[in-house]
Design a protein around this ligand. Sequence first.
Ligand code: BG6
Length: 478
Amino acid sequence: IPVDPFDLVIFGGTGDLARRKILPGLYRRFCAGQVPEGSQIIGSARSDLDDAEYRLMVAEAIAEFGGVLSRESASLDAFLHRIHYVKSDAKGDGGWKELQATLRDGVVRAFYFSVGPSLFGDLAERLHTFGLTTPDSRVVVEKPFGHDLQSAKALNATLAEHFDEHQIYRIDHYLGKETVQNLMAVRFGNMLFEPLWNSQYVDHIQITVAETVGVGGRGGYYDKSGAMRDMVQNHLMQLLCLIAMEPPAKFDPDAVRDEKLKVIRALEPVDWHHIVRGQYGADDNGPGYRDDVEDPKSRTESFIAMKCHISNWRWAGTPFYMRTGKRLKARTSEIAVVFKDAPHSIFGVDAGRHRNVLAIRLQPNEGMTLDVTIKEPGPGGMRLLDVPLDMSFADALGPDAEEAPDAYERLIMDVIRGNQTLFMRGDEVEAAWAWTDPLIEGWQTRNDVPKEYEPGTAGPEDALMLMHRDGRKWREIK
Ligand code: BG6
């Protein structure tokens, strides 16, 4: 899909996110023909660099993090030609006039705040004071969007002083993942699933985002956040919303976000018996959590599992189990919709319990499986067996799947196109904090100590018990 020429200014243009994701992503989009002639990508930060030096940094970032494109349509040199650098100071006056002079009229104008939230206000204010914004220019902000409800409200208020809501793009990169969008296509593009998508037919839903990495070099940030703030408040809640929401009347930003907001507002407070927090211990492959964050007494969780309920007509009585953690057995993310047993087994008790499960895999090997019960082949009588109808996107779609833009690429292009559907609205973020804040306060006042778990496992034993108590089982992390 073509895009109009644009000027994209990346504040924090020499930072980690810019080098790992934003710049290599833009290069891939350039190769796909989506950084048209007349576009400029302008890195901006405090370092003293000229265009040539910045281009060198960009080329190195692409070499390191760029991935390979099978049908490269343009050379790196041509891409680098669109890259510029202007030094600026978020807290001072330096560089802003130069930046202003670089921007052109008549093209889409976007500012990516790839910096800590403490600088959002300064940047927004200077963009205005120095006349860089237009009524149509866009601003992109990264998570963490605040630390709790109060700070998120303050950030929203700061941005609102200078930008309208339709200009603000709050990134949650999970919404840019191919499978996450596919979830909406599966739900609302098929007749097959939606009639069964409710508490009458669904026994429970499991959302798992498991990682093998520890907190490594991010200990300073992570220890102030923990899995709840770092992953649940945003990524997992967004997945939950897409699984649970009512069909929007159309696929339009506010229609979709209105429905997601209703889900968040219908989430019940979680009983503390239904929350399990964990911290990874040490093993041969690395230090334990407390050594990683250099606080031997840290009570921050690197793992969380919880059972939630959505109080509305569709979902009353269906539990949603969510878990996420670091240093687990495998890097795997999936959403599993576990359907109820057939109401009566004509094959007798010996046939065992068989259930349809629709599993949507986000990573690795994006795709979907639907477990269907069939007869075990052979002469052994009517014995039942569950087999997966397995669809891997890579197999089903061939090279097109490989060239699908990654989450950041897609989201940046949506900013340029002016499509906010896959971005969080201010009220959504606030509602999510309003749900997580009391849970966090709850374990803080109880002085809850996270359970240590062995790295390379599925997390603390208590998380398994959370399901076992209900006569259910987590799906294997593999
Ligand atoms: C980030 C979190 O938002 O998402 C990280 O801050 C986490 O802690 C990452 O590792 C996971 O993203 P992905 O795309 O690798 O699943």
